[in-house]
Design a protein around this ligand. Structure first.
Ligand code: GLU
Length: 445
């Protein structure tokens, strides 16, 4: 049996019921076959793939907190410190009822390669809890965040592990967690990223994932027939931070974004999304996407999934894992969509991705496409270490360079293995090569 098959088989047996982790490991290892085959003997001897797929450490803990009625609740808290081969563990914290160990492991595993692709010295990690911030008061969210950090602070630090936001964790949650970390440790250090601008946050961090996504898609379009966003019809799922700032940048580049969604359904606006309105609803009021259609005559709201039925030239899934399956992929193709890029982590199923690749539809995987967020987090860490704050333009221009560089590395690796245009293989290979080399230099650890 090949080394890759052996590892995948063992991984499923050793980690039963961690479906999302199996999926991300399969996606990565399948595309590493070509690299592994060339180095099979040495990789086997060093158990390189066993070490790569086993987290260095998993911290799992109880998070008790009190709601506004005095009722005590208990949630599960996690931090997976997956790989420190190229730098301190780095990756977000997700607060969503679906969070479990398998999901945090898949996200941490993805993060290793994504972070390597940024070219910055950050290892891979991820964390979170099954706490649902939706519908909670600010005080309840603060109580949860303080309790979560009361345990987590023992394991993190500016040079060891630097968490950030992800689904359900934005400026409010990061603020409460930072305050608690400082109170418990006495340290004012860059232990979290995505901080507010008054206490060490970086300009452009809020916009970074969405902007970065559009920068890399623009580059991919340019390399494939000299195309661009101008006058393109774009459908973006989600309506959080990533979706909103992808909408903004795509509009700046001349695209018409016609649909956005949330977990309840999607809005289609034939006149194009009104950015101020969606920001008001989502960022100020923490409202639901339906309110957009209530406020705008040209928009209609449809309950449920189905956003991929909206005809478009470019689709940017920016909501959550496995939100776009084979059926959706077929509908997108039928409607003439020619480019897809993942703003979320693993939003397309393996079958959908294979379908895009087989049908010559341009596809940029999340590891490359949404790396702008964590890259800007690394820039926030640099500013914190220097005790400096860079301007919006400085950070934005660095972000753009990083995204173009990720495209170049991804493209180069795919070509080197005779897989030109397969950016899934390119991103996985380029990320893996850096991490594997660092692991080999550092001996068995
Ligand atoms: N959660 C984001 C991601 O999936 C950002 C992580 C970070 O900034 O550390 O990459």
């Amino acid at each position: 049996m090949s080394y890759v098959d052996e590892i995948l088989e063992k991984l499923i047996i050793k980690n039963p019921s961690e479906m999302e982790f199996h999926q991300s490991a399969k996606e990565v290892l399948e595309s590493l076959r070509v690299v592994v085959e060339k180095n099979e003997e040495i990789f086997r001897k060093e158990a390189l793939l066993e070490r790569l797929t086993e987290p260095e450490r998993i911290i799992s803990f109880r998070v008790p907190w009190v709601d506004d009625n005095g009722q005590v609740h208990v949630n599960k808290g996690f931090r997976v410190q997956f790989s420190s081969a190229i730098g301190p563990y780095k990756g977000g914290l997700r607060l969503h009822p679906s969070v479990n160990q398998g999901i945090v492991k898949f996200l941490g595993f993805e993060q290793i390669f994504k972070n390597a692709l940024t070219g910055l010295p950050i290892g891979g990690g991820k964390g979170g809890s099954d706490f649902d911030p939706k519908g909670k008061s600010d005080r309840e969210v603060m109580a949860f965040c303080q309790s979560f950090m009361s345990e987590l602070h023992k394991y993190i630090g500016a040079d060891t592990d630097v968490p950030a936001g992800d689904i359900g964790v934005g400026a409010r949650e990061i603020g409460y967690m930072y305050g608690q970390y400082k109170r418990l440790t006495g340290l004012f250090e860059g232990v979290l990223t995505g901080k507010g601008l008054t206490y060490g946050g970086s300009l452009t961090r809020t916009e970074a994932t969405g902007y970065g996504l559009v920068y890399i898609v623009e580059e991919m379009l340019k390399h494939n027939g000299g195309k661009n966003f101008k006058d393109k019809k774009v459908v973006i799922s989600g309506s959080g931070n990533v979706a909103i700032y992808a909408t903004q940048k795509a509009q700046e580049l001349g695209a018409k974004v016609v649909a956005l969604s949330d977990s309840s359904g999607y809005v289609y606006d034939k006149d194009g999304i009104d950015l101020d309105l969606i920001k008001e609803i989502k960022e100020v009021k923490r409202g639901r996407i339906k309110e957009y259609a209530d406020a705008k005559d040209s928009a209609i709201f449809t309950v449920g999934k189905g956003i991929w039925n909206v005809p478009c030239d470019i689709a940017l899934p920016c909501a959550t894992q496995n939100e776009l399956d084979l059926e959706d992929a077929k509908i997108l193709k039928k409607n003439g969509c020619s480019a897809i890029a993942e703003g979320a982590n693993m939003p397309c199923t393996i079958e959908a991705v294979d379908y895009f690749l087989e049908n010559n539809i341009l596809f940029m995987p999340g590891k490359a496409a949404n790396a702008g967020g964590v890259a800007t987090s690394a820039l926030e860490m640099s500013q914190n270490s220097q005790r400096l704050s860079w301007t919006f333009e400085e950070v934005d221009s660095k972000l753009k360079d990083i995204m173009l560089n990720i495209f170049a590395k991804t493209n180069e690796a795919s070509k080197r293995y005779g897989l030109e245009g397969n950016y899934v293989a390119g991103a996985n290979i380029a990320g893996f090569e850096k991490v594997a080399e660092a692991m080999q230099f550092q001996g068995i650890c």
